[in-house]
Design a protein around this ligand. Sequence first.
Ligand SMILES: Nc1ncnc2c1ncn2[C@@H]1O[C@H](COP(=O)(O)OP(=O)(O)OP(=O)(O)O)[C@@H](O)[C@H]1O
Ligand SMILES: [Mg+2]
Length: 326
Amino acid sequence: MKIAFVGKGGSGKTTLSSLFVRHLAAVGAPVVAIDADINQHLATALGLDEAEAAALPAMGGQLPLIKNYLRGTNPRVPSAESMIKTTPPGEGSRLLRVREDNPVYDACARPVELDGGAVRLMVTGPFTDADLGVACYHSKTGAVELCLNHLVDGRDEYVVVDMTAGSDSFASGLFTRFDMTFLVAEPTRRGVSVYRQYKEYARDYGVLLKVVGNKVHGQDDLDFLRAEVGDDLLVTVGHSDWVRAMEKGRPPRFHLLEEPNRHALQVLRTAVDATYELRDWERYTRQMVHFHLKNAHSWGNERTGTDLAAQIDPGFVLSEAVAATA
Ligand SMILES: Nc1ncnc2c1ncn2[C@@H]1O[C@H](COP(=O)(O)OP(=O)(O)OP(=O)(O)O)[C@@H](O)[C@H]1O
Ligand SMILES: [Mg+2]
């Protein structure tokens, strides 16, 4: 199951991503956690110290390796150089699974021990000014999009992505790659305006969007969010002393997280799990083709000097069945 946490800067995306990852790890579920946010804080939220976090390999720096592995023997993608972030898989491509060892995880993922079990952590690497706001080929989140487009995930295994709600995610198809998108919103006008903008983009692509209220304190906050986002409000999280202690470098055991917040995490998981029945791999594949053509026209063809539409394998549909035979 692929889950994104998005929202305004400072709303609590990283905090809630990390709590959700801990929640999944605590029940022994396999998890890949990905930090694709502008401010890279997921590693420290998962308990790594600054030095450990700084030593994590950046996915953005491993693009040639990722591309070479994923293209496999796909004849439509004869070289890594011709592969852009939206190049879809086809016959011969290599697919990724949540539970396996592969060269992409070897290069980009590191195990993080949490209460209950280890998760894999991957980070895009810090963004520079040149990365922001442009739909160009070196966008850091391109590595994440490529991996998600080649990933076949099943029930009870999770990829959790901490990302921005910024325009970078709409320039590509990344925002359409998730079974569930949690928009983290504080009960403020700005928090809610990011929700409206995201909803607008999401509507045409059938993106499942739910609002998670954060730093919600009292009835007035709750009433505000309800009035502004209606039924899209899934659950709210209040101020957490557990999170504060964590931030002070004194992480308590996870089972000591406040009961209402543990309940909120369970609500998130239930909502995610319920989307499994709604999956539509054909639509998922069709959308990646759509965004590939869009990127090919706007910059990719020119950049690579080839007609990138030729990379599309018309008979290919990504699915769990395809992964079983690949
Ligand atoms: N429920 C909470 N209880 C206590 N502190 C919280 C809570 N949610 C977030 N915080 C604190 O608020 C700050 C911002 O949260 P966080 O870093 O998760 O936001 P973000 O959306 O990831 O921000 P950025 O846009 O900078 O990446 C952090 O110091 C975090 O510890
Ligand atoms: Mg963050």
